[in-house]
Design a protein around this ligand. Structure first.
Ligand code: ZN
Length: 170
């Protein structure tokens, strides 16, 4: 965007949690290898700026989602003469979190912060699914069987026999 950035962010607290619409995503940049950084253009206090949000924050493990971290070409706190608690106008296309929440894909009934899972529940689903068929090896064999069935390499009867062995009701 032709803007050299001042290192450091201004944290702005909103009245409600929001999801940003990233204009750029830095995937696992070398400076912070454990997370992605999403950037969205905005106007902060009349100045061109960027909203910075990490994947860690989106998963609910850092700043709450009602906080925007804003970077600009200068130290906004000084340029705009801001003190803690001062209001600032930020112009950006943001979506209230309540509009994007969905039920966790693991089936627990909890609401996610925009992703498919409550943090950690993808692993829970993986473990539970393995346990239902007797472990990861059995799960892999089941997927093999489904694939062979789909490709016509396994008869319906053989597939059914495999399925019944896994879920025998005794
Ligand atoms: Zn869940």
């Amino acid at each position: 965007m032709g803007l050299s950035l001042f290192p450091g962010t201004l944290n702005v607290r909103l009245s409600q949690p929001v999801v940003i619409s990233a204009d750029f995503v830095l995937e696992r940049p070398t400076c912070v290898e454990y997370e992605d950084i999403k950037l969205q253009r905005c106007i902060a206090g009349g100045l061109p700026a960027l909203i910075l949000r990490t994947s860690t924050q989106e998963q609910g493990n850092s700043h709450p989602l009602d906080v925007l971290e804003i970077m600009a070409g200068s130290k906004l706190r000084e340029t705009l003469n801001l003190n803690d608690g001062d209001p600032i106008v930020v112009e950006a296309n943001l979506t209230p979190l309540g509009n994007v929440m969905s039920s966790c894909a693991c089936g627990c009934g909890k609401q996610t912060a925009g992703g498919s899972f409550v943090p950690g529940h993808d692993q829970k689903l993986r473990t539970r699914t393995e346990e239902r068929v007797g472990g990861v090896v059995a799960l892999a064999k089941l997927v093999d069987s489904v694939e062979q069935l789909a490709r016509g390499q396994l008869s319906n009867a053989d597939f059914e026999a495999h399925a019944r062995r896994l879920f025998t009701v005794s």
